[in-house]
Design a protein around this ligand. Structure first.
Ligand code: GLV
Ligand code: GLV
Length: 321
């Protein structure tokens, strides 16, 4: 059996694949494969391990590569996959939930704290030689104690963030999901609220939902207009959920106070983007799961899903769709 991998992955994952007798080819060049290259590679292999969200696993690709026994994503999000088409073709899709929840929640927490103290901006002023004259009323941030954390999409990652924020700052938690998360309500005292109320009441609003037709562009000028002028917007989920021009305008007009982004729209972000010059903004290059622990865990699960798929067994972590 032969598997194609779209990136270099941690050794623990490769070891599992080799131990299962799978011959592995990895694309190790530091560039995204073109659609044609990916298709041609998959035509020579029995399984695909797709890393990150860069490759479109759409109906056309899946139809051309209908011989694939499994598509194993090394990612939790699967907005790059046409799950219905895969189901019709009986190609199981795997993903890697859980193991990256802590790292991703940490990224949201880090952005929240960095924004609240203008940390990234001030770091850059020092690098530019602008440490300057101490003024007691300059560079003031805000404290997070007791502020309300609003979570859009309270799943594993959102619950992990809520736990951290309650522990560190005693933050009350409100959330909006399509359905209730009763376990989180019991454990975290989280309160379900309608979407508009989430916007109105959050001091820190953090996104942890999947990118779907319903959530695409949901955080636009209408949404920002309903938020508090003192609020912080955090997105570590998918850049497609916010309108970046509207976000910039909301910040420039003081409709919201700050923003922390680990995901942008598009990625990479233009280095001249005005958001990068703003004091109350912190941006990271999509590093939510970039810890040794999370990436090793993701590589192991991706390998386990791939091995199960090649054996014709149910995947340990299948995308339900
Ligand atoms: C990264 O964005 C992921 O979905 O794992
Ligand atoms: C991801 O694991 C989530 O459910 O948020």
């Amino acid at each position: 059996m032969k598997a194609f991998i779209t990136r270099q992955i941690p050794e623990v994952g490769l070891q599992l694949l080799r131990a299962a007798g799978i011959t592995v080819t990895a694309h190790t060049e530091k560039r995204e494969l073109s659609r044609e290259e990916l298709t041609n590679a998959c035509l020579q292999h029995d399984a695909l391990l797709s890393v990150g969200g860069g490759n479109k696993i759409d109906a056309e690709f899946l139809n051309t590569c209908r011989h694939l026994k499994v598509v194993s994503l090394m990612a939790v999000g699967y907005d790059n996959v046409d799950v219905d088409a895969a189901k019709q073709l009986n190609i199981p899709i795997g993903h890697t939930p859980g193991v990256l929840s802590n790292a991703t929640a940490d990224t949201a927490f880090l952005l929240m704290l960095a924004v609240s103290r203008k940390a990234f901006y001030l770091h850059n002023t020092i690098a530019r030689g602008e440490w300057g004259f101490f003024e007691p009323t300059k560079n003031l941030g805000m404290e997070l104690n007791g502020r309300t954390l609003g979570i859009f999409g309270l799943g594993k990652i959102g619950a992990t963030l809520a736990r951290k924020c309650r522990g560190a700052y005693d933050m009350p938690v409100i959330y909006h999901n399509r359905g209730r998360n009763e376990a989180a309500e019991r454990e975290l005292g989280a309160e379900w609220v309608p979407f508009d109320e989430l916007l109105h009441r959050s001091d820190v609003l953090s996104l942890h939902a999947a990118l779907t037709p319903e959530t695409k562009g949901l955080f636009d000028e209408n949404a920002f207009a309903k938020m508090k002028p003192s609020s912080i917007f955090i997105n570590t989920a998918r850049g497609g959920m916010h309108n970046e021009l509207h976000l910039l305008k909301a910040l420039q007009e003081g409709r919201i106070w700050g923003a922390g982004l680990d995901v942008t729209n598009p990625e990479p972000m233009d280095p001249d983007h005005p958001l990068l010059q703003m004091p109350n903004v912190a941006v990271l290059p999509h590093i939510g799961s970039a810890t040794v622990e999370a990436r090793n865990g993701m590589a192991v699960i991706a390998a386990q899903n791939l091995i199960a798929g090649l054996k014709g067994e149910p995947l340990p972590h299948a995308v339900k769709g």
